[in-house]
Design a protein. Structure first.
Length: 65
């Protein structure tokens, strides 16, 4: 059984943890935008959430192929 930890997007391999961080950032962006009705806190919260997930999961990614 093979476990893929990368997804090919337009021929470029992306680690799954980066895509997960982007998806979580997008979800946070939408939730905060609906809750506050303002762009500034939405963007800041989404950037913070995406960065935290990205940095928290990056040590668990194996760079050996």
């Amino acid at each position: 059984m093979t476990v893929r930890d990368e997804v090919s997007i337009a021929g470029v391999p992306w680690p799954v943890y980066k895509l997960l961080a982007l998806a979580i950032g997008l979800v946070v962006l939408v939730i905060v935008a609906v809750a506050t009705g303002s762009a500034a806190p939405s963007v800041l919260a989404a950037a913070a959430a995406g960065t935290v997930v990205w940095l928290a999961l990056s040590p668990f990614h194996s760079s050996e192929s």
